[in-house]
Ligand binder design. Sequence first.
Ligand code: NAD
Ligand code: ZN
Length: 345
Amino acid sequence: MPAIVKTKPAYGAELVEVDVPKPGPGEVLIKVLATSICGTDLHIYEWNEWAQSRIKPPQIMGHEVAGEVIEVGPGVDTIQVGDYISAETHIVCGKCYACRHNRYHVCQNTKIFGVDMDGVFAEYAIVPAQNAWKNPKDMPPEYASLQEPLGNAVDTVLAGPIAGRSTLITGAGPLGLLGIAVAKASGAYPVIVSEPSEFRRNLAKKVGADYVINPFEEDPVKAVMDITDGAGVEVFLEFSGAPKALEQGLAATTPGGRVSLLGLFPRDVTIDFNNLIIFKALEVHGITGRHLWETWYTVSSLIQSGKLNLDPIITHKYRGFDKFEEAFELMRAGKTGKVVFFPHK
Ligand code: NAD
Ligand code: ZN
């Protein structure tokens, strides 16, 4: 079968013919119906510093997935052949201090498939049964595949009350766009989005942003104050990883407001903690991964409610992997929302 493999410790990846794997104990084999590209896959493709320190080629890439179970390994009793599943990508230990406090999302022994082992950019793939999530049969595979990153967005947006609250989202990359969809579905108003890329500001509008701001052309703090009659936003959701966006977002948040941070900063960030956080009595959340498994229930229900506007976010669909390099290059150039492959042509 064809698979996108990180063959060498260098830029890029290759489409390679590999054997269909056999599920071992506790594993299931799925026919991959849809698989989407995550920013992490792009980092592996680009072979950035993080990828160099973590990835051991050769390895099949990819981790966001929806597929049908076609074989189960020894000892699997929770999943059956024919089940339609997606997968939580964090394989947690269940034994550490965090896990024993039901904080599986911060398990200190987390392994990630597609990062620490073979992934799902293939026609068939192995998923640990403990990580399988059963989907309703009528959920389109491209939505089912998006549930994993949607979990990040849901944990960010719903870390506190959001209905009827003015909300600033900084960064409308794939994750910020999912965040806009979740915020709108959850009743946030107005949703103000700060994003320098015109392409992504347009996507943000299509997903439902009430206002979009180009932070490179106008001051987002002033824009937010104008929109909110000088109050500032109740909720600030950081999805860009840009230090400037963090500072602007904190300044634009109303005293006593809520801040949830998902974006990862490329370096240490210096901000005026006293005036931007402490004296404003802001509630600040760091967000990582997704809560297992509460967030999956929320994500699945949100999709089934029909209220999540996902279609404008899925900007590129590919049958087969033949054009995978084009897909990665478009993503690198910031010319995409989410990119989805349907491996079987
Ligand atoms: P992305 O790089 O595609 O999107 C970031 C967006 O921010 C881009 O569209 C960019 O134009 C925009 N941006 C840049 N400077 C800005 C500024 N000053 N103000 C506003 N927007 C600005 O990334 P993504 O895949 O959408 O992921 C978003 C962030 O979330 C990344 O930092 C990623 O590393 C992080 N992330 C965190 C977790 C976690 O568990 N905490 C999980 C996945 C991703
Ligand atoms: Zn653990």
